[in-house]
Design a protein around this ligand. Sequence first.
Ligand code: SF4
Length: 211
Amino acid sequence: MSTACITDGPEKYRINEIFYSLQGEGYYTGTPAIFIRFSGCNLRCPFCDTSHQSGRMMTVSDILSGISAYPSRHVVLTGGEPSLYITHALVDTLHLQGRYVAVETNGTHPLPGNVDWITCSPKFGLGDMYGCPEASDAAVCLTRCNELKVVYMGQDMSVYDGIEADHHFLQPCDTGDRDRNISLLGQAIEFCKTHPSWRLSLQTHKLTGIR
Ligand code: SF4
């Protein structure tokens, strides 16, 4: 890949980790992908799998070096909440490297217009089930995305009707409680059967024991 025209300003990004694996969830499940996990989020979901306290400051060049060995075009900017940090220039630079840029966002903050794929996983609508009032109140500013991926805890699904998406995925929450997980899986399956524009998303990276 060319290293010409790298847009590398003074900015540094707090990166929790960079790793190469298969996308475990949603539309691109099974796709080899480079994950760039940003540290820091405006929400505090109880089941979050990111340590927002850890991370190292990286320039764009550092990030490009960090991903250079990986052959997949597919890059996933995830978090943390990447929309708080990523810029049009960073996405442009990844494009110049031949990468396809997907972003996973909670939808509470605008994104640069040049990303290739938006997965919106809103956290509002979960109410008391969630134990996190700030997440329950976190209104989504995105009105359109490629993929709407709802973490399911039995909430009223009509709250997501205002978000336009090409693809709809319902993903049972991993609550850490086996019996509750089985119940949520059954409910999610029934919901998809009765609302066939929705598809089931499973966390296949956990099922397969990969990252
Ligand atoms: S929105 Fe995502 S990154 Fe932020 S706290 Fe919730 S699960 Fe973690």
